[in-house]
Design a protein around this ligand. Structure first.
Ligand SMILES: Nc1nc2c(c(=O)[nH]1)N=C([C@H](O)[C@H](O)COP(=O)(O)OP(=O)(O)OP(=O)(O)O)CN2
Length: 132
């Protein structure tokens, strides 16, 4: 598989419900590094999976509404623990919508999958990968 991956980051606040989270049950801040990988069995006529600039634009647009926000206040996350794992799927879903709308500059039928990796610190990360 060919893969091209782009990176951005977001600064957010959130809190968790559940004793497993210990002190993270209280409102706290996090800076998440978000990697989005676009995966294809084939390259296009330009020899690319998707244009890196285009992929970056789509990732930035996806993350913009979350940046500097308190995720606890966001209606789409009501009642959810916005864990690193949860957010990987959320970002994947938004990128998949953009890909199917042609915003990556390539027919989504020619893309095999998207993988979203979120690093919550230098020691921990989670990812979600699925076919388009
Ligand atoms: N599987 C996950 N586990 C945890 C997540 C997560 O998103 N997915 N998030 C957190 C906290 O938000 C934070 O990132 C770390 O909090 P902390 O209290 O430092 O948690 P640790 O487990 O690393 O350390 P403790 O020994 O429990 O204090 C926590 N877990």
């Amino acid at each position: 598989m060919f893969t091209v991956e782009v990176r951005d980051h977001i600064m957010i606040a959130h809190s968790f419900r559940g004793a497993v989270f210990g002190p993270a049950q209280a409102l706290h801040g996090a800076t998440f590094v978000v990697d989005a990988a676009f995966i294809s069995k084939t390259l296009d006529s330009n020899g690319i999976v998707v244009d890196i600039g285009c992929a970056l634009d789509v990732l930035k647009a996806t993350l913009k509404p979350l940046n500097y926000s308190n995720l606890d206040d966001r209606v789409e996350f009501k009642g959810m623990n916005t864990t690193t794992e949860f957010l990987t799927k959320y970002v994947f879903d938004q990128l998949a919508i953009a890909a199917r709308a042609g915003q990556l500059g390539r027919d989504s039928k020619e893309l095999h999958a998207i993988r979203v990796t979120i690093s919550e610190s230098h020691v921990a990360r989670a990812w979600y990968e699925a076919a388009l």
